[in-house]
Ligand binder design. Structure first.
Ligand code: SER
Length: 871
């Protein structure tokens, strides 16, 4: 039975029993607590929890599912995958076990035709109810019903719905393992259907805290597993939906399935990972360094590594993608539409990773040669592989494991930590490593700086410390450059892309001009300042005031950045993630994940939607809340930042929610115009957009308008007519150039005629010898034009060009017939020029570096011609 038929029979069976047929949801779940859709019930989770009213009581679906928990065992068993399809029937407070169990049995035996005598069943150890239904209602053999503990309890997330479950297994026969049922061997007794009796809510794994609003049903049948049983395939990899993908991996590498256990594992991994990668990208995931983009990247790299070990020409991923699209296209017609895009993404990612593999392999191989099985790759080597060659630690670990080696991951972590500290120590001030300690000690002494700047632009504070090049000092004199630390400040320290504030600090005795504010360690605001008057002293009261107009412009850029972020996601899709930003007065830069450059239409659309939002002028609000709550409401977080338990959430209207510590305008309208002025690539799958906000955007537009007006005046055209006029001018210039070209043809004809008219007579023949300042091409053309005007004879022209000498000789056809060769004439002079010439008898060219000998060379050529013409 083909997989597509199994799918259809399942859906029909439950549709006939009052179930709403639901299409598969995306692998990118709406649920923000989940990275990927990892079960058929994911789209229905709010119905189980009672958070939403379900529009139907019963549903049935075939759901795409991605699970990476089993990634390590994929390939080593007959039944594990990272991508598969799950068939499921669901009840939301409608029927329960008494109905779900008999239906499952009926479908398995009567519709799919599985032999009832080979079915085994498990129930949770406490579930007498389910046990009774199996034995008394369905009437199965009690020796084939087993009870288990946590294996038969299913849960989704914390907090989340959960409940005991009952699983159905198929005995593949004694050749696949020992007797004793699923509690003994799950390769022989293969689970294919899980019936979950959703009943409770938990706050920790296995820690039930109460009942769901209603008792519900969630079942999941692995499509490929059932296909394996019905198609009598030895493993899920040999079913109709997977085998072609495996075969494409085999044909790539030239390896044969069944050749050796290692080859089989590798080919299975290629098949599974190829399917995962295809389906993830089809749903909009692109490779990146965090979240689901990283999951994708890991799977793809793992596949490439196995292909690399097997060997093969070119790239493997595009083949796996095409095979997957062929195999699954009937169930997911949208796949063929996105195939070119998927191929494009995998090609680039694979090519890049192969370069990494090539460069790091040598180091790794050297390390392997040194080590005995059982030993470990040092943390320093693992770090070097990571840092210099871009080898992810898990790749190093996997490769090492294949060689029977371990990896000192703790040593690796230590090296990473050390590197982070080095990076922090070389922080913006360019301070030496020891300075980081100074700041940390300072923080211990003074405690964190209280930041008043969300509300105040000027405030009093007390000077707690003064540092000059990392050294503490009591008093700073006029002209000193210092870092000032106070107990409370309105100055924003650079963070989250937003630049630090500038402004003024005044004490009773002096004035300091603040040129920047940085947080050398989080929670400590260092004011970089110069004493411009008098002196300042630790312990003094100070009045701190920021440069308000500058801050105002920074605020506009920051709110503008959030709006642009929203707009990018709105236009390009939800895979767009912030990868970094720079928020300055009037100007902003936003880095984000996307797989290709934006076209002019896309950029315009992004800008248009952003500006519609500013004009709409929704309120901007912020509040501090728990990270958990922020996740729940779907706040976008930038993964380069560290967030504590408490986070600040900035909201614009109802469309933008981001975790952000920056300063913002009270409403979107104050951003002013947002003008995109550039878009570029800054790495693989990483783009950078640059934009102007507020008055900077306005000034820019005025400048452009002025330039256009000026061009208009010059062209006597309205600004909107300028492009048309410029096009017309360009066309005219082209025509003129053409005419100039024919003009020079005419010049040449005149010159040739004059030279031919003055030809010397040698016997019955004519000879022209002359010098002209022409480039070699023009010299050749002139020689031919002269030759064509001679009845019978030869022409030798010479030219000095860039210090070199060139000769061109040509003879008429009758002379060629008599054995006179232009090459002999040209080469007679070529020697004097210090070079040689071509051997063409009709038109020969010669030349050499000694341009100063040109006159003599022409004479030599003339002599040779004189002799040849009379012979
Ligand atoms: N949610 C259960 C599973 O994923 C049954 O659908 O196994």
């Amino acid at each position: 039975m083909k997989s597509s038929l199994i799918r259809q029979k399942f859906l029909d069976f439950f549709a006939e029993r009052g179930h709403e047929v639901r299409p598969s949801a995306s692998l990118i779940p709406v649920d923000p607590t989940l990275l990927l859709t990892n079960a058929g019930m994911v789209p229905f989770k709010p119905y189980f929890l009672g958070e939403e009213q379900p529009p139907f009581d019963r549903a049935v679906s075939a759901q795409k599912v991605a699970r990476t928990v089993d990634i390590e065992v994929v390939g080593t068993t007959v039944r594990h995958f990272t991508f598969f399809e799950m068939l499921g029937n669901f009840s939301f407070g409608d029927y329960f076990k008494e109905q779900a169990i008999p239906w499952a049995y009926e479908l398995s035996t009567e519709v799919l035709g599985l032999d009832p005598d080979r079915l085994w069943f498990t129930v949770h150890e406490s579930d007498d109810e389910a046990s009774a239904i199996w034995l008394d209602v369905v009437g199965v053999d009690p020796t084939r019903l087993q009870r288990r503990g946590t294996d038969n309890f299913w849960q989704m997330g914390v907090p989340g719905p959960c409940g005991p479950c009952s699983e159905i297994f198929y005995d593949r026969g004694p050749e696949h393992g020992p007797d004793g049922g699923p509690v003994v061997d799950e390769e022989r007794f293969c689970e294919f259907w899980n019936l979950v009796f959703m009943q409770f809510i938990q706050d920790d794994p296995y820690h039930v805290i109460g009942d769901l609003p209603a008792r519900s049903i969630d079942t999941g049948m692995g499509l490929e597993r059932v296909a394996m049983l019905l198609q009598d395939a030895p493993s899920v990899f040999e079913t109709d939906v997977v085998w072609p993908v495996l075969q494409s991996g085999a044909s790539y590498s030239g390896a044969r399935y069944g050749e050796s256990p290692e080859v089989d594992v590798a080919l299975r991994i290629l098949a599974d990972h190829g399917r995962s990668v295809t389906m993830l990208i089809a749903d909009g995931v692109v490779p990146s360094n965090d979240g689901r983009g990283y999951v994708l990247r890991r799977i793809l790299r793992r596949a490439v590594r196995h292909a690399w070990r097997l060997g093969g020409e070119g790239l493997v991923m595009p083949r796996l993608v095409r095979a997957t699209v062929d195999a699954l296209g009937s169930g997911y017609p949208e796949l063929s539409h996105s195939e070119p895009f998927i191929v494009d993404v995998v090609e680039r990612e694979e090519a890049r990773f192969r370069r990494t593999l090539e460069s790091g392999s040598e180091l790794l191989d050297a390390e392997f040669d040194r080590l005995q099985p059982g030993e470990v790759v040092s943390g320093a080597t693992a770090f070097k592989l990571h840092d210099t060659y871009g080898f992810p630690i898990e790749v190093t670990r996997e490769v090492a494991e294949e060689q029977g080696l371990g990896v000192d991951t703790e040593g690796f972590d230590r090296e990473m930590q050390a590197q982070r500290e080095r990076a922090r120590a070389s922080w913006k001030g360019g301070a030496a490593a020891g300075v980081a300690d100074t700041y940390r000690r300072l923080l211990d002494d003074t405690g964190p700086t209280e930041f008043l700047g969300y509300r105040d632009e000027a405030a009093p504070g007390r000077i707690l410390a003064l540092l000059r090049q990392g050294d503490a000092m009591e008093r700073a004199e006029e002209g000193d450059e210092v870092e000032v630390f106070v107990d409370r400040t309105p100055f924003y320290a650079e963070a989250g892309g937003q630049v630090g504030d500038t402004g003024m600090i005044e004490t009773e005795t002096g004035t300091l001009e603040v040129t920047d504010t940085q947080g050398p360690v989080p929670a400590l605001h260092g004011h970089k300042a110069r004493v411009t008057r008098g002196y300042a002293q630790v312990g003094q009261e100070a009045q701190l005031s920021i440069d308000s107009p500058r801050r105002e412009r920074i605020r506009k850029s920051h709110t503008g950045t959030h709006i642009l972020h929203w707009s990018l996601r709105d236009v390009l899709g939800d895979h767009v993630r912030q990868a970094g930003s720079l928020v300055e007065a009037g100007r902003l830069r936003f880095d984000f994940s996307h797989f290709r450059g934006l076209g002019p239409d896309e950029l315009e659309e992004v800008e248009l939607r952003a500006n519609r939002r500013t004009v709409e002028n929704a309120a901007v609000s912020d509040r501090v809340t728990s990270k958990q709550e922020a996740d729940r409401i779907g706040a976008l977080a930038f993964f380069g930042d560290k967030y504590g338990e408490q986070v600040r959430v900035v909201r614009i209207g109802d469309y933008s929610i981001e975790l952000c510590g920056g300063t913002h305008t009270p409403s979107a309208g104050q951003v002013g115009p947002l003008l995109v002025i550039g878009e570029s690539s800054i790495g693989s799958n990483l783009r950078r957009i640059e934009a102007l906000s507020g008055d900077a955007a306005y000034d820019y537009m005025v400048g452009v308008r002025r330039a256009l007006a000026e061009a208009g005046t010059m062209l006597r055209a309205r600004p909107d007519e300028v492009p048309e006029r410029v096009r017309a001018l360009q066309e005219r210039a082209r025509q003129l150039e053409e005419r100039l070209g024919s003009l020079s043809d005419r010049d040449r004809a005149e010159d040739a005629a004059a030279l031919a008219a003055e030809a010397e007579t040698v016997g019955e023949r004519q000879l022209v010898v002359a010098e002209r300042q022409l480039d070699p091409g023009a010299l050749r053309a002139l020689a031919l034009a002269v030759r064509d005007r001679l009845r019978s004879g030869a022409v030798v022209l010479g030219s000095r060009h860039n210090g070199k000498g060139a000769l061109v000789a040509a003879v008429t056809a009758d002379l060629m017939d008599r054995g006179v060769s232009a090459a002999d004439l040209a080469s007679a002079g070529a020697g004097l020029l210090g070079g040689g010439g071509s051997r063409d008898p009709e038109l020969s060219q010669a030349g050499g570096p000694h341009g100063e000998k040109l006159t003599e060379a022409l004479e030599a050529a003339r002599d040779a011609a004189g002799r040849a013409l009379v012979a």
